[in-house]
Design a protein around this ligand. Structure first.
Ligand code: B16
Ligand code: MG
Length: 224
């Protein structure tokens, strides 16, 4: 590993802001409509996972994976997204998780490029609501990613855009699927959350307020 970090690639939900709760609300309601119950523990499996894949996991969880046509699945996913969009319309800069603006400032001051690598097709809208666009040099278009997390494509797309070696990129994630994607992209993984879920990450911070560029740099250099 080279000891120069060329790019940071951030996940959105669970790292920059916490829209997981809104996703959970919208999915729970939709699931209830079709006779399926989901709880917070099951919701962990939906974090970082695309909209359609999330719905397929919910249907499987409820033993209804063969009950809907492809068209009906799309309609159900659209219904969840319509509800979700009404919830995220209320997002403001107050919803930025603690420590994130300082970290983005520090990265920018170091001259390192920053990308957003979210699985969410709503990511550009949320970033705008948070008024964080100016920090991001590139946003991966979740609509164009063929293989969602845990596949590394999201992270590889950002590195390819910057034309930098994968080993010089740092990915920041809160979800197991996301950390797997970063590691499979041969990048340095920063996990935010609990050790048992994120154990594959190179360094783990319990909460966003604990994130520190200095600590990330020294852990990165120690592995170079
Ligand atoms: P959408 P991230 C992910 O965002 C969420 O964690 C996941 O729960 C959601 O299903 C996915 O985005 C797709 O979102 O329905 O808005 O396109 O964590 O990758 O920033
Ligand atoms: Mg996430």
């Amino acid at each position: 590993m080279s000891n120069q970090i060329n790019a940071f690639i951030f996940d959105l939900d669970g790292v920059i802001t916490d829209t997981a709760e809104y996703h959970f609300n919208a999915w729970s309601e939709l699931a209830k409509d079709i006779g399926i119950e989901i709880d917070e523990e099951f919701n962990e499996q939906l974090k970082g996972v695309s909209r359609i894949e999330s719905l397929q996991r919910i249907l499987k969880h409820g033993g209804k994976e063969n009950e809907f046509t492809e068209q009906e699945i799309i309609e159900l996913a659209d219904k969840k997204n319509d509800h979700y969009k009404t919830l995220i319309a209320k997002v403001t800069p107050n919803d930025i998780l603690p420590g994130i603006v300082d970290l983005l400032e520090d990265i920018k001051a170091s001259g390192i490029q920053i990308a957003l690598g979210s699985a969410s097709k709503n990511a550009p809208f949320i970033l705008e609501q948070l008024q964080l666009n100016r920090y991001f040099d590139y946003i991966v278009d979740a609509g164009k990613v063929k293989q969602g997390k845990p596949h590394p494509e999201t992270f590889l797309t950002a590195a390819d855009h910057f034309d930098v070696p994968y080993e010089t990129c740092v990915g920041v994630e809160d979800a197991e699927a996301g950390v797997t994607a970063i590691k499979d992209a041969s990048m340095f993984a920063v996990g935010v959350g609990s050790e048992p879920i994120l154990h594959k990450a190179n360094i783990i911070f319990p909460e966003t307020k604990n994130l520190s560029l200095e600590k990330i740099k020294s852990a990165f250099n120690a592995e170079s």
